[in-house]
Ligand binder design. Structure first.
Ligand code: PD2
Ligand code: ZN
Length: 281
């Protein structure tokens, strides 16, 4: 079936509701649609929309605007504030774009030098309280810069804002992480889980995260790529390059599950910029 022509008709929606009424599990309904030729993304969207109507509640949160680079016409290079950045790969679902040469070698070195004396064992946001905690799944050390903390940080933030069309004010401070050999970051979502009791507190500072930019500050000899397990994608960690991904709702349907693969040989340094729905305070 031609994916471009697949549309969610009233008949399809009624069929999905009938299956739900008959007690069929959503994963079985999805599998049946896949077997009869439906594109997975279209099938998931049809299921979500139909079941929202049927249940009278949102099965998934509504989509929100997300940062997005201007890649109309598939440019090889995009100009971002003060620098030309290569476009090396793009994927629609999950929305992933890999950039080349976002940072110069000197900028990578300067970020590492500024961050190194301030590293502490990485904390992850504490989902139950909204505070933060040291987490076993994240065997790296990290630190946060304040937004615009130095001229270098401010320049990089302006470059990122221009690249993905998202105001500097809607970004968290840049985080630098260091992974020693063997360290990794197990697959996770960067958005805050709406089901967790600490999430409303976290969301007071600018709403949900809607995008992530992971910038590689060095090139580990082996390992240390950023993985997207839902689609079997691994982005190599190459100094100066960056992987951008966005998620328009805090839901696995975004396929934005991602992790930092174990560093096999050498060490790994990254700088991460998380982008929020609103102004981050
Ligand atoms: O260092 C990485 O590759 C990585 C992987 C997954 C970083 C993050 N997540 C993150 O900073 O959120
Ligand atoms: Zn992450």
């Amino acid at each position: 079936m031609n994916v471009a022509r697949q549309s969610i008709t009233p008949e399809l929606r009624q069929w999905i509701v009938d299956q739900a009424r008959a007690g069929r599990r959503p994963e079985d309904v999805l599998a049946a649609m896949r077997e009869s030729g439906w594109d997975e993304d279209v099938a998931i969207e049809a299921m979500e929309r139909s079941l929202e109507d049927f249940l009278g509640v949102a099965g998934t949160p509504p989509p929100v605007p997300v940062p997005e680079p201007d890649l109309a016409g598939s440019p090889a290079v995009v100009h971002a504030f003060d620098r030309d950045v290569q476009v090396l790969l793009q994927m629609r679902s999950p929305r992933v774009v890999v950039f080349g040469g976002l940072l110069s070698a000197a900028e990578c070195a300067a970020l590492i030098e500024l961050a190194e004396p301030r590293l502490a064992r990485s904390e992850t946001v504490q989902v139950t309280t909204g505070g933060s905690e040291v987490h076993a799944a994240r065997t790296s050390r990290g630190m946060f810069f304040q937004r615009s903390e130095t001229d270098l940080i401010a320049r990089i933030e302006q470059r990122i804002a221009a690249l993905v069309h998202w105001p500097v004010e809607r970004g968290e401070g840049i985080q630098v992480l260091h992974y020693a050999p063997g360290a990794q970051y197990e697959p996770h979502y960067d958005y805050f889980d709406p089901a967790q009791p600490g999430t409303p507190t976290i969301l007071k500072r600018g709403g949900q995260r809607v995008g992530t930019l992971v910038m590689y500050l060095n090139t580990p000899a082996r390992g240390g790529g950023t993985t997207f397990p839902d689609v079997g994608l691994e982005v190599g960690a190459v100094a100066g390059n960056a992987v951008f991904f966005s998620y328009d709702r805090p839901h696995p349907a975004t396929k934005s599950l991602h992790g930092g693969a174990p560093v096999v040989e050498g060490e790994k340094w990254v700088a991460t910029k998380w982008l929020r729905e609103g102004v981050f305070t």
